[in-house]
Ligand binder design. Structure first.
Ligand code: ATP
Ligand code: MG
Ligand code: MG
Ligand code: MG
Length: 563
C-alpha cells in the first residue's frame, strides 16, 4: 500500500515568478515548484518533493550498482589531510578544496572525491589476489568550493555523488570492471529517462588509459562536446583537441611577445589568449616548447583558467639528474614554477600514442626533482598556443564535419591504473606468492546534478514533467470544486494507494481549481486526475502531463488505467 500525500499538509510553496538569480531552466523550475531552496551560494536544501526525486535517482543508481556486484559502503566526508598530501591532491586541488582544522590544530578536508580513502580501506581489508576483484561504492555528500556556483543544483558546492572504485590485479580485470560500470551507467541513465551521449575524455592528470564522460545534451550545459553526424565518434573538446592537433603543426609565438599579467584573472587570461572568457576553456590547448602541456585542465572552468596562469610563468626544463625520475631522464620533462619543479610529463609513455604528451603530478614520494635551478640547469624557452575546436572541424575518424553541442556532465568513468596503488603501496599476494600491485578504476555519477539534468530535459512552458520512475508521485489528484469533488478525490486517492500507486492529492480548501491546475502542471507528476464538474456521475478526467492528452473516464476505468 502506497501513501497518499496531501497537498494541504505538504511543505511546499510554489512561486509564480522565477527567482531573480536563476539562469537555467532547471534552477527556475525546481525552485518555483518547491523542490529545492537555496541556503547560500551553491548550498541547497531538498524539500519533501525534491527529496523524493533525489531518493528515486539514488534508488535506481543503487539497484544497478548492486546488480553488477558492487558493494555499498559509506566512508566519511570529513577526511584527514595526510592521504591527500601523499597523492599531492591537497595542493593540486587548490581553491577547490574545503580545508578545515580541528580543535587541536589537526588539518582536515571535506571530501571532493575519495580515491585516496578507498585505496586505504582496501589496503586494510584485502591481502590476497583471491579477495579481488572488488568494487565498492557510496552515495554521499561531496564538497567542492566551485568558483562560481551558478545554475542551481547543477553545480553545487555541496552535492550528492555516487562514486565507485574497482580494484583488480590485472589490466584485463580493470577493463572488465570498467565495462561493467559502463553498462550499468547505460542502464541507469536509460531508466532515469535521460537523453545522454558517451564521449571520449582525456584522462589527463590521472595519467592513464580509458576515460569516458556521460553527457546529457542541454542548453544549460557547461560542457562542449563534438559529435560526428556520420560515424560513432563523440568526444569532449579536450579529447578531440588531442586527436585533431598533431604537435608539429602549430606555429608558436615567442614567449616574450606574451605580456603575462602578475595576477592572472580569468578575464585577463582570456584576453591574453584571445578567447572569450565564458565558454572556451575546454577548447584550450596549451603548448609549451612545442608540445602539449595542458588541454583544458580537468575541473572547473574558472579554476582551470587560474591554473593556466601557472603555465604562463614557468619555464620548461630538461631534467638534469637521472635518479630524480626513476632513472629515465629521457622520458621526462618538467616545468618549473615559483615553488620549484611542479609538474612532470612523460614524453614517451608507452600507453600514449606517439606525438602526444602526458601530464602527471610530480609531487609524489620519491619522484621529486631536487636542486634544479633556473638559468643554471635549463634555459627558459616557452611558447604558448591556443587551439579552438570549431563546428565543422573534421572528424578524426571519418573526416566528416563535426557538430558542436552543449551538455551537462552527469557521469564520468576512469581507468586510473596504478597511480593511487603506487602512492599507497596497495599490493596483494599474487598466485605465485609474490606481491602484485593493484590497478584501479573510479566512476562517478552526479546524483543531485542528475535531478537538474532531468529537469532541463523534461520541462515545458507550464513546468516540469518527470519520467515515471523518478517522479515524486505517480498521479496528482486534483479536487476541482467543493465538498463533493473533494470527497471523490480523497476516495479515489485511497483506492489508488491501496493498489500501490503513489498519490499526491490536492484537496486544499479555499484554493481555486485554476491555482491547483497551475501547480499540478508546475510540479510535474506524470498523470493528473481531476475530480471536477462530472464528479456527481462518478466521472473524472485523466490528463497526461507531458502530452496534454485528456480523457473522461469513470472512476473504475481511471483506477484500472493507473494500476
Ligand atoms: P565538472 O566538469 O562539471 O566540474 P567534474 O569533471 O569536476 O565535473 P568529476 O570529478 O568527474 O566531476 O565527478 C563525477 C561527477 O560528479 C560528475 O560527472 C558530475 O556529474 C558530478 N559533479 C561534479 N561536480 C559537481 C558539482 N559541483 N555539483 C554537482 N555535481 C557535480
Ligand atoms: Mg568534467
Ligand atoms: Mg569540476
Ligand atoms: Mg569529470
Amino acid at each position: 500500500m502506497a501513501q497518499v500525500q496531501r497537498m494541504s499538509r505538504l511543505l511546499v510553496k510554489t512561486l509564480r515568478d522565477d527567482p531573480a538569480d536563476a539562469e537555467t531552466l532547471s534552477h527556475k523550475l525546481l525552485v518555483r515548484a518547491g523542490y529545492v531552496r537555496r541556503n547560500s551560494a551553491g548550498i541547497w536544501s531538498w524539500l519533501p518533493l525534491g527529496k523524493k526525486v533525489l531518493d528515486n535517482v539514488s534508488r535506481v543508481v543503487r539497484e544497478e550498482m548492486d546488480a553488477i556486484g558492487a558493494q555499498e559502503v559509506l566512508l566519511p566526508a570529513l577526511l584527514p589531510k595526510e592521504p591527500y598530501e601523499a597523492s599531492a591532491r591537497w595542493e593540486e586541488y587548490g581553491d577547490l578544496l574545503f580545508r578545515l582544522k580541528d580543535r587541536k590544530g589537526g588539518e582536515y578536508l571535506l571530501g571532493p572525491t575519495h580515491e585516496e580513502i578507498f585505496t586505504l580501506v582496501v589496503k586494510d581489508q584485502v591481502s590476497s589476489y583471491k579477495d579481488l576483484p572488488v568494487m565498492l561504492y557510496q552515495i554521499q555528500t561531496k564538497y567542492r568550493d566551485e568558483a562560481r556556483p551558478r545554475s542551481g543544483v547543477l553545480r553545487g558546492r555541496e552535492f550528492q555523488m555516487k562514486d565507485s572504485y574497482s580494484f583488480d590485479t590485472t589490466d584485463e580485470g580493470l577493463a572488465e570492471s570498467y565495462r561493467l560500470h559502463r553498462e550499468a551507467y547505460q542502464k541507469i541513465f536509460a531508466r532515469l529517462g535521460l537523453d545522454y551521449r558517451i564521449v571520449s575524455a582525456v584522462s589527463g592528470a590521472m595519467g592513464g588509459s580509458a576515460s569516458e564522460e556521460f553527457l546529457a545534451p542541454a542548453a544549460a550545459g557547461e560542457d562542449t562536446f563534438v559529435d560526428c553526424p556520420n560515424c560513432d565518434y563523440a568526444a569532449n573538446t579536450e579529447a578531440v583537441t588531442f586527436a585533431l592537433t598533431p604537435v608539429e603543426d602549430a606555429a608558436h609565438p615567442a614567449a616574450e611577445e606574451l605580456d603575462t599579467p602578475d595576477t592572472p584573472t580569468i578575464e585577463s587570461l582570456a584576453e591574453l589568449l584571445g578567447v572569450p572568457a565564458s565558454a572556451t576553456l575546454k577548447n584550450l590547448l596549451v603548448k609549451v616548447d612545442g608540445e602539449i602541456v595542458a588541454v583544458g585542465v580537468p575541473g572547473n572552468r574558472e579554476v582551470d583558467l587560474g591554473k593556466l596562469g601557472e603555465h604562463l610563468a614557468p619555464a620548461v626544463v630538461e631534467l638534469v639528474t637521472a635518479e630524480d625520475f626513476e632513472g629515465r631522464p629521457d622520458l621526462v620533462r618538467g616545468y618549473v614554477g615559483p615553488q620549484g619543479l611542479e609538474k612532470v610529463r612523460y614524453l614517451a609513455d608507452p600507453r600514449v600514442a606517439p606525438g602526444t604528451s602526458w601530464i602527471t603530478g610530480a609531487n609524489k614520494q620519491d619522484t621529486h626533482a631536487r636542486n634544479v635551478v633556473c638559468g643554471r640547469d635549463f634555459e627558459v624557452d616557452q611558447y604558448l598556443d591556443v587551439v579552438v575546436v570549431e563546428e565543422g572541424d573534421p572528424c578524426p575518424k571519418c573526416g566528416t564535419g563535426l557538430k558542436l553541442d552543449r551538455a551537462i556532465e552527469i557521469g564520468h568513468i576512469f581507468q586510473l591504473g596504478r597511480k593511487y596503488a603506487d602512492t599507497f603501496q596497495l599490493d596483494v599476494l599474487g598466485q605465485n606468492g609474490k606481491p602484485v600491485r593493484v590497478t584501479m578504476g573510479s566512476y562517478g555519477i552526479g546524483v543531485s546534478r542528475a535531478v537538474a539534468a532531468l529537469a532541463e530535459q523534461h520541462a515545458d512552458e507550464q513546468g516540469l514533467y518527470w519520467p515515471k520512475e523518478i517522479a515524486p508521485a505517480d498521479v496528482h489528484v486534483v479536487a476541482a470544486g467543493k465538498a463533493l469533488q473533494t470527497e471523490l478525490a480523497l476516495d479515489v486517492s485511497e483506492k489508488l494507494a491501496a493498489a500501490g500507486v503513489r498519490v499526491l492529492v490536492d484537496e486544499r480548501p479555499g484554493v481555486s481549481p485554476g491555482v491547483k491546475f497551475t501547480d499540478a502542471e508546475l510540479i510535474g507528476v506524470p498523470q493528473i486526475l481531476v475530480a471536477g464538474r462530472r464528479s456527481g456521475e462518478g466521472v473524472v478526467e485523466l490528463k497526461d502531463r507531458r502530452t496534454g492528452e485528456r480523457e473522461e473516464l469513470t472512476v473504475e476505468e481511471a483506477i484500472a488505467r493507473l494500476t
